[in-house]
Design a binder for this molecule. Structure first.
Ligand code: BES
Ligand code: MN
Ligand code: MN
Length: 464
C-alpha cells in the first residue's frame, strides 16, 4: 500500500484541480434549466472513469438524467464491488447567502477544517465523495493493485428521488451483480472520530394544498367572516405534533422498531457535544421528541417537518389580502419498519380528516424511500472498520444516520447486495445549504482509506 500513499501524495494537487473542475459544472437535477449541464457532468464523469482505467464506460440515458456506468472486471474468482454515487446536486439558492459563488470553487480554512475545505455546491454531497472513489480506483489500477472487480454506477437524479434508477437496476440485474455495494454519501462524526454509517432513514414526502374562498379577497371587507387558508393550514400543521413533539397521526408509530435499551445505551456512547451543536446552529436550546436524546431523535425516531410553506402576499411591503390558497411541503423521515406508502396514506387520511369544513384540502405524494439498517458483524462492515483503523489509527464507531438514500433499500431487494456506507463528510459541511464545503483532509483521507477496504474485503472473502 506504500506506493498508493506515495501516489496520493504526489497527485494531491491534480486530484483537487479535477474536483474543482467537476463542481464547476452546475448539475442541478431538480431544475430543467440545467439539463445540458447535468448531461455535461455525466460526460465528465464518464471521461474520468475511462482515464482511470474503467472499461465499458457508458452514459445510459433514462427518462430523466443519465446514469454513468463503467467497470473493470479482472477475475471472476474475485469479489465484485459496486460503487454507487451521484453527480447531481441540490439547487444553490438562496444565492445571496453564499460567501462565494456556488459553482466557483474556492479553498478556505475553517475551524473544523484547518487544512482547508473546498467550498462549492456538491463539494461534499456528493461530487467530492463520489470522486474519491474514482481517484482511489485510478491509484489501484496504476499500481496493478486492484484486489476486486469493480463496477461504477453514478447517477444524476439522487437529489430528486432516484426514480429512474429503480427501473435501471431492475432492467440490469445481471450487469450490476456484485458482492457488495460501496457508497460514500454520508457523514462521519468528526475528523478525529471516524464512524461508519449503519443506517439511513426512509422518507415520505407530500405536498398539501388548502383552498378557502374561490379567489383572493380584501382582508378588511371579508376578514373575520371567511376562513383564511394560511391560518387554517398553520393550525393543521401545528396539530400534527403534540406538546411532547410526538406525531399525532393515528397509526404513525405502529410499525416503528423498538430499539433495545442496550442498543440505545450503546449508541449514546458516541461523542455528541450538545454545547457545540447549539453554538454551531446559534439556537438557544435544542428541541425534539420527549424521552429521546438528540442522537436518537436523528437516527432511530421518525420525524415530520415542514420543508416549505407559502401562500398569500410575500412581495415587498404590505398588501392586504385574504388568500384563496395555502401550500406546504412536508417530509416524514421513517425508521424500520415503517413504509413510505403506508405512512403517506395515513398522513393523507388524517390531514383530510382534521381539515375544517371551511376549506378543501389536497394531498399530493412525492417520492419516497425505505429505511435501511446494516449489520456490524458482516464481512463488509468488518472490512470497512479495518480500513479506517489502517488510515485513522482508530476503530470507527457505528452510527445510524438521519438522512436518506432511497435507492439503498432497492440494492438489497432487487440486486440482493448489502451496502456499506463509508461517508467522509461532516454534518457541519452544510450540504444542501449555502456555503457547502468538503474538507481537504476528508477528501484525501477518503482516497487513502478506500483501497484498504478493497484489500481487506478481498482478503476476508477469500478466507471465508
Ligand atoms: N447524501 C444525502 C443523504 C445523507 C446525507 C445521508 C448525510 C446521511 C448523511 C443525499 O444526497 C440526500 O440528500 N438525500 C435526500 C433524499 C432524496 C430523496 C432527496 C435527503 O436525505 O433529504
Ligand atoms: Mn448525497
Ligand atoms: Mn443530498
Amino acid at each position: 500500500m506504500q506506493e498508493l500513499s506515495t501516489y496520493l501524495e504526489n497527485n494531491k494537487e491534480r486530484f483537487l484541480e479535477e474536483l474543482k473542475e467537476l463542481v464547476r459544472i452546475p448539475s442541478v437535477s431538480a431544475d430543467p434549466a440545467y439539463k445540458e449541464e447535468v448531461a455535461k457532468t455525466a460526460e465528465f464523469v464518464a471521461q474520468k472513469l475511462k482515464d482511470a482505467g474503467c472499461e465499458g464506460v457508458e452514459i445510459c440515458p433514462t427518462k430523466g438524467h443519465p446514469i454513468v456506468y463503467g467497470e473493470k472486471l479482472i477475475d471472476a474468482a474475485l469479489p465484485t464491488v459496486l460503487v454507487y454515487g451521484h453527480y447531481d446536486v441540490q439547487p444553490a439558492d438562496p444565492l445571496e447567502l453564499w460567501d462565494s459563488g456556488p459553482f466557483d470553487p474556492i479553498v478556505k480554512k475553517t475551524e473544523l477544517h484547518p487544512e482547508g475545505a473546498l467550498f462549492a455546491r456538491g463539494s461534499c454531497d456528493d461530487k467530492g465523495q463520489m470522486y474519491m472513489h474514482v481517484k482511489a480506483f485510478e491509484g489501484m489500477v496504476k499500481h496493478n493493485n486492484l484486489p476486486c472487480n469493480v463496477k461504477f454506477m453514478i447517477e444524476g437524479e439522487e437529489e430528486v428521488g432516484s426514480e429512474n434508477l429503480g427501473t435501471f437496476i431492475t432492467e440490469n440485474t445481471e450487469r450490476l451483480s456484485a458482492d457488495v455495494c460501496l457508497i460514500s454519501d454520508t457523514s462521519m462524526i468528526a475528523n478525529d472520530v471516524p464512524s461508519i454509517t449503519t443506517g439511513l432513514r426512509g422518507l415520505s414526502y407530500v405536498e398539501v394544498e388548502v383552498t378557502g374562498p374561490n379567489r383572493d379577497l380584501h382582508s378588511g371587507v371579508y376578514g373575520g367572516a371567511v376562513a383564511n387558508p394560511v391560518n387554517v393550514l398553520s393550525k393543521m400543521i401545528a396539530a400534527l405534533q403534540d406538546e411532547n413533539n410526538h406525531i399525532t397521526i393515528p397509526g404513525f408509530y405502529d410499525d416503528v422498531e423498538v430499539v433495545s435499551e442496550e442498543e440505545r445505551t450503546q449508541m449514546n456512547l458516541a461523542p455528541f457535544d450538545l454545547e457545540a451543536f447549539q453554538k454551531d446552529l446559534e439556537i438557544g436550546k435544542i428541541q425534539g421528541e420527549t424521552g429521546y436524546t438528540s442522537l436518537e431523535r436523528t437516527s432511530i425516531r421518525p420525524t415530520l417537518d415542514v420543508n416549505g410553506i407559502w401562500g398569500g402576499y410575500i412581495g415587498e411591503g404590505a398588501k392586504t389580502v385574504l388568500p384563496s390558497k395555502a401550500f406546504a411541503k412536508i417530509s416524514m423521515r421513517l425508521v424500520p419498519h415503517q413504509t413510505p406508502d403506508k405512512i403517506t396514506e395515513l398522513f393523507k387520511q388524517h390531514f383530510e380528516k382534521i381539515a375544517p369544513p371551511s376549506v378543501k384540502v389536497k394531498v399530493t405524494p412525492h417520492h419516497g424511500g425505505d429505511p435501511v439498517v446494516t449489520p456490524t458483524d458482516s464481512v463488509e462492515y468488518q472490512a470497512a472498520a479495518k480500513a479506517y483503523e489502517a488510515t485513522f489509527g482508530k476503530t470507527p464507531i457505528p452510527q445510524r444516520s438521519g438522512g436518506s438514500i432511497p435507492i439503498v433499500a432497492l440494492f438489497e431487494r432487487v440486486l440482493g447486495v448489502k451496502t456499506v456506507l463509508m461517508g467522509f463528510g461532516l454534518n457541519s459541511d452544510a450540504i444542501h445549504s449555502p456555503n457547502e464545503h468538503f474538507g481537504l483532509f476528508n477528501y484525501y483521507k477518503g482516497i487513502e482509506t478506500i483501497p484498504y477496504f478493497y484489500k481487506y474485503y478481498a482478503e476476508m472473502k477469500k478466507n471465508g
